[in-house]
Design a protein around this ligand. Structure first.
Ligand code: NAD
Ligand code: ZN
Ligand code: ZN
Length: 384
C-alpha cells in the first residue's frame, strides 16, 4: 500500500513476532468506499489482546493490537449511509459481511464472510502502514491501540452522545460478550442457579447479565479477593475462592449443581470440571478462549445420561447493531452499572504495564486513551 500524502504518523501499540510488544509510528490509509475513519477516544485492554502477546494465538503478521473501543466518526467513505461524521460510536470486532447465509439468518456472530478474524479490512487491505511504508495489520479488523482507525461500516455502531467513551469502549467486547452469553447464548431463565468462573471484564459482565435476568443464586469464583468484592457489588450472591474451595463439590452439596456454569478464563482444567458443576439438564457455557489447538477431556456418558450441554459462545452470540445500543441504553437507564468495571484510565503508552497487570490478574479493566484525549472523557476516574 502506498502512503497517502498528508497522513500524519501516530503512535500505535504493535505486536511483531520475535520483537513482541512495541510502540511505533504508523500511518493510516485513505477512507475508501464502505470505510469509516474513527478517532479513538477510549480502548479497553482485553485478555484476547494478551493471548496474542503471550503466543496463545500465534500470528506471523505485525499487528496493531486493540479491539475494544469507542470513538467519534471523523470521515466516511463513498457509499457509507448509516453513519455520519461526528457520530459517537462503539466498534464491533466481528464486522459481519451482511451477505452470507448466517448473516441472512440473523446470526451475525457466526458470519462466514467476515475478514475480521484474518485481521484485514473487507477488501483484504490493512489500513495501516509503518514508517517504511510496509503494511501493519489491524487486530480483528480494528487495531484500536492508536489514534484513528479505518473500519468497515458494519463495524461501526452508533450510540448516544451521552454514553461515556470509557463505558462505550467496554461495549465493544467484554460487556457485549458477557451479557450476551447470558441473554443470547444461554437464554438463562429467572431463578436459575448460575456459577461464573473467572471474574475479569468478561466474567463480571456475565454476572451483571445474570443479575439483569434474575438468576439466583449467582455464584462467582476467582482467585482474587479484589475481583470477588466487585463481583458481589455487581450482583453475585455467593463468592468463592477457586484455590480454597472444591467448586464442583460445593455446588453439588449446596444446590444440587448449577443450571448454568460459565467459564470466563480459557483454562483447560476449569473447562474439564464444568460438567461436574452442573445439575441434570444443566448447561456449561464456554466464553473464555483457550490457546489454539488445546484439547479438553470430558465424560460423555455423564453428559448423555444427565442431559447436560456444552454451549460455545462467540461474542455473546450478539448482533452488534441490535445489542450494543440496547446495552448502552440499559447503562444510561441505570440498569447496568458498567462504570464499576473500569480500573485505571491511562495513556496508550501504558499498554505494556496494563497487559502485565492483566496477566497477573491485578486490577480491573484498564482503559487506554490516545495522547491528548484525556480531557474528552466523560467519567472522572483516577489516572495511572
Ligand atoms: N468468547 C468470546 O467471544 C470472548 C470475548 C472476549 C474475551 N474472551 C475470552 O474470555 C477470557 C476472559 O477475558 P477477560 O478479558 O475477562 O480476562 P481477565 O484476565 O480480565 O479475567 C480472567 C479472570 O480469571 C481469573 N482466574 C484466573 N485463573 C483462575 C482460576 N484458576 N480460577 C478462578 N479464576 C481464575 C483471574 O483472576 C481473572 O479475574 C479470555 O480467555 C478472553 O480471551 C472471549
Ligand atoms: Zn476482547
Ligand atoms: Zn456474513
Amino acid at each position: 500500500m502506498t502512503v497517502p500524502l498528508g497522513s500524519m504518523p501516530a503512535a500505535a501499540i504493535t505486536f511483531r513476532q520475535g520483537a513482541g510488544l512495541g510502540i511505533e509510528l504508523i500511518r493510516l490509509g485513505e477512507t475508501g468506499p464502505g470505510l469509516v475513519r474513527v478517532d479513538i477516544k477510549a480502548t479497553g485492554v482485553c485478555h484476547s489482546d494478551l493471548h496474542i502477546v503471550d503466543g496463545d494465538w500465534p500470528t506471523d503478521r505485525p499487528l496493531v493490537l486493540g479491539h475494544e473501543a469507542s470513538g467519534v466518526v471523523a470521515e466516511i467513505g463513498a457509499g457509507v449511509r448509516d453513519v455520519q461524521v461526528g457520530d459517537h460510536v462503539v466498534l464491533s470486532w466481528f464486522a459481519p459481511c451482511g451477505r452470507c447465509v448466517t448473516c441472512a439468518s440473523g446470526q451475525a456472530w457466526l458470519c462466514s464472510g467476515t475478514t475480521a478474524i484474518d485481521n484485514t479490512l473487507p477488501d483484504g487491505s490493512t489500513g495501516f502502514t509503518d514508517d517504511d511504508g510496509l503494511e501493519v495489520w489491524p487486530y480483528l479488523g480494528l487495531g484500536t491501540f492508536t489514534d484513528s482507525v479505518l473500519v468497515p461500516e458494519s463495524a461501526v455502531i452508533v450510540v448516544s452522545d451521552e454514553l461515556p467513551f470509557e463505558v462505550g469502549a467496554l461495549l465493544g467486547c467484554s460487556v457485549t460478550t458477557g451479557v450476551g452469553a447470558v441473554v443470547n447464548t444461554a437464554s438463562v431463565p429467572v431463578g436459575s442457579v448460575a456459577v461464573v468462573i473467572g471474574c475479569g471484564g468478561v466474567g463480571l459482565s456475565i454476572i451483571m447479565g445474570l443479575k439483569l435476568v434474575g438468576a439466583n443464586p449467582i455464584i462467582a469464583v476467582d482467585l482474587s479477593a479484589e475481583k470477588l468484592a466487585i463481583a458481589e457489588e455487581l450482583g453475585a450472591t455467593v463468592v468463592l475462592r477457586g484455590d480454597e474451595v472444591d467448586v464442583p463439590a460445593h455446588l453439588q452439596e449446596h444446590y444440587g449443581g448449577a443450571d448454568f456454569a460459565f467459564e470466563a478464563i480459557g483454562r483447560i482444567a476449569t473447562i474439564e470440571s464444568l460438567p461436574s458443576m452442573l445439575s441434570a439438564g444443566g448447561s456449561a457455557v464456554l466464553v473464555g478462549m483457550t490457546p489454539v489447538g488445546a484439547r479438553a477431556s470430558i465424560d460423555p456418558f455423564d453428559l448423555a445420561d444427565q442431559g447436560k450441554s456444552i454451549l460455545g459462545c462467540n461474542y455473546g452470540s450478539s448482533v452488534a447493531k441490535r445489542d450494543i445500543p440496547r446495552l448502552a441504553d440499559l447503562y444510561l437507564a441505570g440498569l447496568l452499572p458498567l462504570d464499576k468495571l473500569i480500573g485505571l484510565v491511562r495513556p496508550l503508552s501504558d499498554a505494556s504495564s496494563a497487559l502485565d497487570e492483566l496477566r497477573a490478574g491485578v486490577g480491573l479493566r484498564s482503559i487506554l486513551v490516545p495522547a491528548g484525549r484525556e480531557e474528552e472523557l466523560q467519567v472522572a476516574r483516577p489516572t495511572g
